[in-house]
Write a protein that binds this ligand. Structure first.
Ligand code: DX5
Ligand code: ZN
Length: 217
């Protein structure tokens, strides 16, 4: 999708949610490439974040594309709606649905790029059957559900496996990583083949967000 350029997707889960519009402007000024929108349903993960009405409300506030990360069960029920309110990329969890093909087809039918996310304990090989049909694999580098967690180094091997498989298949696949990404871990995940880096805590805690984005790239 993005010719494996190194891109930064800023997770707003940990931003000043009482001032989202201002935070989106900060992201634009800092040259972030996407807004990463973490949807949590309290079932697939033990946390509840935000959903359709919030995305609908903030979409017109920025030109940045929305990279929607669905940490919800039965994502097939909501993909059309998220596309309608402004998702540009929709990533659902392999572990959250019994009908992966339907989820892929729904994303495409509604004009979104499609990603599949795998939790840390899900083997990389489980996503291999779908690589030809999707734009992106999100290799979670923390257990989904909360921002500000510590990076899990054992996930580096999985990034490498997905990248190698994509190369073997001649696919120009984007590999996204998410959780505990900062200027240190960014080096490691890129060295193993990741090219889209999600960061929340690192960016919103940075004194100089523009510099922080640059350091990730
Ligand atoms: C966690 C989410 C992440 C999180 C960002 O389930 O998917 O996107 O908000 O994580 P940090 O704050 O570690 O960058
Ligand atoms: Zn996320």
């Amino acid at each position: 999708m993005f010719e494996n350029k190194i891109l930064v997707s800023a997770s707003i889960l940990g931003c000043d949610l009482a001032n989202i519009e201002g935070e989106l402007k900060r992201l634009e000024k800092a040259n972030a490439d996407f807004v990463h929108f973490d949807v949590m349903d309290g079932v697939f993960v033990n946390n509840i974040s935000f959903g359709l009405p919030v995305l609908k409300a903030i979409k017109p506030k920025t030109d940045l594309p929305f990279d929607v990360h669905l940490m919800i069960t039965e994502p097939e029920k909501y993909i059309a709606e998220f596309a309608r309110v402004g998702a540009d990329i929709i990533t659902f969890h392999l572990e959250a649905t019994n009908d992966i093909k339907a989820c892929i087809d729904l994303c495409k039918k509604h004009g979104c790029k499609v990603g599949i996310s795998i939790k840390p304990d899900t083997p990389a090989s489980e996503v291999f059957p779908y690589l030809e049909d999707i734009d992106m694999v999100l290799v979670m580098t923390v257990e989904p559900g909360f921002g500000g967690q510590g990076f899990l180094p054992f996930t580096l091997e999985k990034i490498k496996e997905v990248r190698q498989k994509a190369l073997d298949m001649g696919l120009n696949l984007d590999i996204q990583v998410d959780g505990g990404i900062d200027d240190q871990t960014a080096r490691e995940v890129k060295a193993n083949g990741a090219n889209i880096l999600v960061a929340g805590t690192y960016l919103f805690k940075a004194k100089d967000m523009k510099k922080a984005v640059k350091l990730l790239k």
